[in-house]
Design a binder for this molecule. Structure first.
Ligand code: GCU
Length: 676
């Protein structure tokens, strides 16, 4: 947090609009919290710290019928139940209600409630959000339930404190120092709870077996308890070979991790019992198997479902789940197909408490990919969508890229064909198949002072949690909330400018990097940051003197388009219907091919790379003019980020334009660039 205690978007400086402040001073005079469960205590702490500061007056203690009371509790409390009336019956377990009683200026009481204490805590953060964004509190009758059951953070944090693909410093968890907790752990839990997330996997999917040792499990207990108070369950990534690795050298070594071996099954059962003795609300295990060197069931001739189920069955008696990743790949010539070929035939074979977690696209978190065909194919398998907040392929902590518009597109995708549900949002909300489902986000936080490595990165963290709660949320509205809460007190034009930058940022990055759905323009071996189109020319695109793109059609290419149901297959297969944005993912075309936009492919590539750099420059210029809306330190720090973005965008433009010119030798029709 800042010196004044402000954290990310949890900033409680006094409300500015005079009319609103007057209203709040009438309505927000006392706090009464009924109930003693930890999430209610956490709600009380947050409100007691925030309200006096936001409203600029002391907060009284009641009584419950005093004028200007904020009453917080669960529906088990008679006062709360009475205040909620019929609204109470609409609450689900984690949802919240915020209801004001009394008329207009005579609003007597605001009740913030959940069916559970964790729900009430979410309501407390929602009330604070309304105040931070200076909304009216009169006549509120809000009932908000999360649409998605598993709203999960995935950290790729290693035992030694490093973070795989992390650009925000070292792990915030301080594994080496556990069980000792610091203020940062608490702030982390506040951050998750404030957006509505309810599950966190604290260690890397490339998991060290050490995370399942008795020593580590014992040391992580206080963290699990802290998180529980904030309505968040702890999960761990598990290494599939753990039964073998952790028994080596003991009196009873198990020489295999074969899921069919009774000793292996017993080991997982014993481990599950041990975990639940220590952490009664433990969420479950996340497993990356048979991928990039990780062990898995393949070595024993077992399927991925058999691998998942041995762990699922061990967790089932305790109410736990296994989340099994579909991100497996080996030596297929087009790895876009690999996961489909492995997992589609296993539809219906996973245990009921197993959930298959699939990245949004078939490649690997590229700036543009088609939605993974597995989502539509697995109609009898519980599924999670995996998103990546850490910007591995989308500019690290240098490019401001607000990813919510991309996530919106993914969630809205109708899996059976244009207009034909279920959408991905239906699937992750459990509307397509009853049972566990959800969204996982590979997190972008570390121990850097600003948490996310560059300050605008926190917009992704915030929007991610909010979208998990409400997958049909409007990205622009989320950008606005984040800007209003982060830069308080912020004037309208300041917020508008920040929202404008955020909403253009995804397109700007796409423009200046990979054109028209080509993946892997970033350096493949190194950090996935700098442009390296020549290096990946035989992997992700096949650019020649006359053509560019990857032919994935059934007719002449790899056949990937055929993995979609016929209506989508037809759309992607046919050049006349394939969307421009995915053209070079699906097809190889001549440089002179005309897009639906009317431009030729080569002209589009040249133009967009100049446009993308211009956009980055405009972000820097806009931000430079916004000094009035933010403290000097944040203004300078964010300004330096935008300057670095411009430099890197220029490198991208020059590299990609030079790459295509050197191959095609086609000059642009638009010579005005040469004055740029
Ligand atoms: C990418 C990433 C790896 C990560 C992997 C995964 O390949 O570069 O660092 O381990 O995804 O999602 O498992």
């Amino acid at each position: 947090p800042d010196e004044d205690g402000s954290l990310l978007w949890l900033r409680y400086a006094q409300v500015q609009q005079p009319g609103r402040l007057k209203e709040y001073r009438e309505i927000l005079r006392h706090l009464v919290v009924q109930g003693t469960e930890p999430p209610l205590q956490r709600a009380a702490e947050e409100l007691r710290a925030a309200l006096p500061s936001l409203v600029g007056q002391p907060l009284g203690d009641g009584p419950v019928d005093a004028a200007g009371v904020v009453l917080v509790g669960t529906t088990a409390s008679p006062d709360v139940a009475r205040a909620l009336g019929a609204h109470a019956s609409r609450l689900t377990d984690e949802g919240y209600a915020i209801v004001s009683e009394g008329q207009g200026a005579h609003t007597r009481r605001i009740t913030v409630a959940g069916r559970t204490a964790a729900g009430a805590l979410r309501g407390a953060f929602a009330l604070l959000r309304l105040i931070q964004t200076e909304q009216r509190l009169m006549k509120l009758a809000i009932v908000s339930n999360p649409a998605v059951e598993l709203r999960m953070a995935n950290h790729w944090d290693n035992l030694d404190g490093s973070v795989e693909r992390g650009y925000a410093g070292a792990s915030i968890f301080g594994f080496a120092n556990l069980p000792t907790l610091t203020a940062r752990h608490r702030n982390y839990a506040r951050m998750l709870a404030s957006t509505g997330m309810n599950a966190t996997v604290i260690n890397n999917v490339n998991a060290s077996p050490t995370f399942l040792t008795t020593d580590f499990l014992t040391r992580v207990v206080p963290l699990a308890e802290l998180l529980r108070g904030y309505g968040v369950r702890l999960w761990l990534s598990a290494n599939f070979a753990s039964p073998m690795v952790l028994t080596k050298g003991t009196a009873n070594p198990i020489p295999t991790a074969d899921p069919a071996d009774p000793r292996v099954q017993q080991w997982w059962r014993d481990k599950a019992s041990e975990v639940y003795r220590l952490i009664p609300d433990f969420g479950g295990f996340l497993v990356k198997a048979d991928s990039e060197g990780q062990p898995g069931p393949e070595a024993y001739g077992r399927t991925q479902a058999e691998g998942a189920n041995v762990i699922a069955h061990a967790l089932a008696p305790h109410g736990g789940r296994v989340v099994w990743r579909s991100f497996t790949h080996s030596s297929f010539s087009d790895w876009a197909e690999y996961q489909y070929r492995i997992f589609a035939p296993l539809n219906g074979q996973f245990a009921d408490n197993a959930v298959l977690q699939t990245k949004y696209g078939p490649i690997d978190f590229q700036i543009r990919e088609p939605v993974h065909p597995l989502f539509g194919a697995l109609d009898r398998t519980h599924q999670m969508l995996e998103l990546q907040l850490t910007q591995e392929y989308t500019g690290h902590n240098v490019h401001a890229v607000f990813l919510a518009p991309m996530w919106r597109t993914v969630l809205d995708f109708p899996t059976r064909g244009p207009g034909a549900p279920p959408t991905v949002a239906d699937i992750v909300a459990g509307r397509a198949l009853p049972g566990p489902a959800g969204i996982a986000g590979v997190m972008n936080i570390g121990d850097d002072a600003d948490w996310t490595g560059y300050q605008f990165g926190a917009a992704n963290t915030f929007a991610y949690g909010r979208l998990c709660w409400q997958p049909d949320a409007d990205p622009a509205a989320l950008a606005r909330e984040w800007a209003q809460m982060t830069f308080r007190p912020a004037r309208g034009e300041f917020v508008d400018a920040v929202v404008d930058i955020l909403m253009r940022s995804y397109g700007a990055y796409e423009d200046v990097t990979s054109p028209l759905g080509i993946g892997y323009f970033t350096d493949p071996a190194g950090s996935h940051f700098d442009p390296a189109p020549a290096t990946t020319n035989t992997q992700s695109h096949f650019s020649t003197a006359t053509r560019t793109g990857f032919d994935r059609t059934v007719a002449t290419g790899t056949g990937f388009t055929g993995l979609y149901p016929p209506p989508w297959k037809d759309v992607y297969e046919d050049l006349s219907t394939c969307p421009d944005a995915l053209l070079l993912f699906m097809h190889q075309v001549p440089y002179t091919h005309r897009l639906h936009s009317g431009e030729t492919v080569i002209e589009h590539i040249y133009d967009t790379h100049f446009d993308g750099l211009e956009a980055a420059r405009s972000f820097a210029a806009t931000w430079a003019g916004l000094a009035h809306g933010v403290d000097a330190a944040r203004h300078a720090d964010i300004g330096a980020s935008f300057d670095a973005q411009v430099d890197h965008a220029r490198l991208w433009r020059d590299t990609v334009v030079a790459f295509y010119f050197s191959l095609s030798r086609i000059l642009s029709e638009d010579r005005s660039w040469f004055q740029v």
